[in-house]
Write a protein that binds this ligand. Structure first.
Ligand SMILES: N[C@@H](CCC(=O)N[C@@H](CS)C(=O)NCC(=O)O)C(=O)O
Length: 212
């Protein structure tokens, strides 16, 4: 069985949990708490797994360890092609990847544990300012995603894609930080459809073995 180094609230790990469930790949969770003891991702034991000191990491039966959620998900899609997570048409594939990357590369890194701690500790921003920062980058990114997706019912039609896998965890973060979502009708609709899917449901943070 593969081992997923994960933290229940990590949206990058959440993406991989969804993909594993969609592919029917059973996995064991190795919980890495991102804040206890100064962040257990920095412990030597985990640094040996992932020198970048972040989750997720996926340890395969062969002993190989894969890093970076999008790389892990594309690996899973290549090794377990059914159901496909990208459309066949190259233009559609590029569109799906664009939405996934807006979320994973442009929104998420700005709201990660590291930048938020830096804002608090080095910049001395108060909690209100940190929350405002968090909401700002989600709102800006979602404004683009809203115009790019076409729920029917999933972000790009009747099949779940990589775009939904990235969108659902980001919407969960947005809700946790009380980002107003009323103006993002496409996003809310695509999220509602995906969260009804059993693979997405089982990946929810609150259902994970390390949930608090
Ligand atoms: N681009 C990476 C992001 C991984 C990442 O930043 N994970 C966060 C949790 S969502 C983390 O481990 N943060 C720990 C830290 O910043 O110290 C991916 O998609 O896997």
């Amino acid at each position: 069985m593969v081992r997923l180094y994960s933290f229940f609230r990590s949206s990058a790990a959440y993406r991989v949990r969804i993909a594993l469930n969609l592919k029917g790949v059973a996995f064991e969770t190795v919980a890495i708490h991102l804040t206890k003891d100064g962040g257990r991702q920095h412990a030597a034991e985990f640094r040996a797994v992932n020198p970048q000191q972040r989750v997720p990491a996926l340890a395969l039966d062969s002993g190989e360890v894969l890093l970076q959620s999008l790389a892990i998900i594309e690996y899973l899609d290549e090794v377990h092609p059914d159901p496909p997570l990208l459309p066949k048409d190259p233009i559609e594939r590029a569109r799906v990847r664009a939405v996934a990357q807006i979320i994973a590369c442009d929104i998420h890194p700005l709201n990660n544990v590291g930048p938020l701690s830096y804002l608090r500790n080095a910049v001395k921003a108060d909690q209100g300012a940190v929350q405002e920062w968090y909401r700002h980058w989600i709102t800006l990114g979602f404004a683009a995603v809203e115009d790019l997706i076409r729920p029917g019912p999933y972000a790009f039609g009747k099949h779940v894609t990589l775009a939904d896998i990235c969108l659902v965890p980001q919407v969960a973060n947005a809700r946790r930080f009380k980002v107003p979502l009323e103006r993002f009708r496409n996003i809310v609709a695509a999220d509602a459809a995906a969260t009804r899917h059993s693979a997405f449901d089982a990946a929810r943070p609150e259902l994970q073995p390390d949930a608090e």
